[in-house]
Write a protein that binds this ligand. Structure first.
Ligand SMILES: [Zn+2]
Length: 281
């Protein structure tokens, strides 16, 4: 499931194809994804110019010249493919149409952007620019934004009886953090994922802010490397190899210098937590 770094990588991969360019033709091949697609979606997209391509949490927002914003959410299995020729950026032949190519945008400049989603947990919507889409309404601050800082996080954790892992996954506390990166953050912080959020010391709570940014920034950097190697990506954006220190490593020796522990998996709220019981307290 794509998390913030994967979505940011998709956004950066789409930039040369979309930002500043007009949508010459739009094909909308079914009425719904996770939710119904907007009425007359193809008409409303055709001729629109993408003024800016932004990201909020795990959503890509294409601000259009028509006064509307196109919201894109990859969901569980959504894939974004870019094909055509963009000098200096990419050169991929248009792939043969596939069954689950739900939305296809032919952009000014000969690039094609295809949204393919076999399981249809993804979403697209159009809404007036300047308003807040309902999916974005309750989101907390962006991890790289100025509103996310040590005092803010300490205040959100204070007195809370929920496990620290659950609090960091709560999109109202911080937007865009998912299961993989929360495991990595708590590992680097040396914090037991089962501890109640309110039991963290002020120093521990403060240390989480730069660790969250480090973990996400490193993953975004890995995603950027995948974009530069266009042969490897084959035009599909956002899925890249990234070495995790603890996620998915059950049974492996802990990589913390001096620690002789073993990475262990436990289930919290139905999600796997990977951690080292020897050095996370
Ligand atoms: Zn360890």
């Amino acid at each position: 499931m794509p998390e913030l770094p994967e979505v940011e990588t998709v956004r950066r991969g789409l930039l040369p194809a979309m930002e500043g360019r007009a949508i010459l033709a739009a094909a909308v091949n079914r009425p719904d994804l996770r939710w119904p697609l907007p009425e007359r979606m193809a008409d409303r997209l055709t001729g629109a110019r993408v003024r800016a391509l932004r990201r909020r949490s795990k959503y890509i927002l294409a601000e259009l010249s028509t006064g509307e914003t196109l919201l894109i959410h990859l969901g569980m299995s959504g894939r974004m493919l870019v094909s055509g020729v963009m000098p200096g950026a990419f050169h991929h032949d248009h792939p043969a149409p596939e069954k689950h190519d739900h939305v296809v945008l032919d952009m000014e400049g000969a690039a094609r952007v295809t949204f393919n989603d076999a399981r249809r947990f993804g979403a697209m919507d159009l809404y007036p620019t300047g308003q807040t889409h309902w999916l974005l309404q309750d989101l907390g601050p962006e991890p790289f934004g100025n509103d996310f800082h040590q005092d803010y996080l300490a205040a959100r954790l204070k007195g809370r009886a929920a496990p620290i892992k659950a609090l960091l996954l709560d999109q109202r506390v911080v937007a865009g953090l998912g299961n993989i990166y929360v495991c990595e953050v708590l590992f680097r912080a040396g914090i037991d994922p089962r501890r109640t959020a309110g039991s963290l010391s002020p120093v521990q709570a403060a240390a989480l802010v730069p660790l969250i940014r480090d973990v996400l920034a490193e993953a975004i950097e890995a995603g950027g490397s995948s974009l530069r190697d266009y042969r490897q990506t084959g035009g599909e954006l956002g899925y890249f190899q990234h070495a995790f220190r603890v996620y998915g490593r059950e049974g492996d020796p802990c990589v913390t210098p001096g620690c002789t522990g073993t990475v262990t998996r436990l289930v919290q709220s139905g999600r796997s937590t990977f951690w080292c019981p020897s050095c996370q307290h």
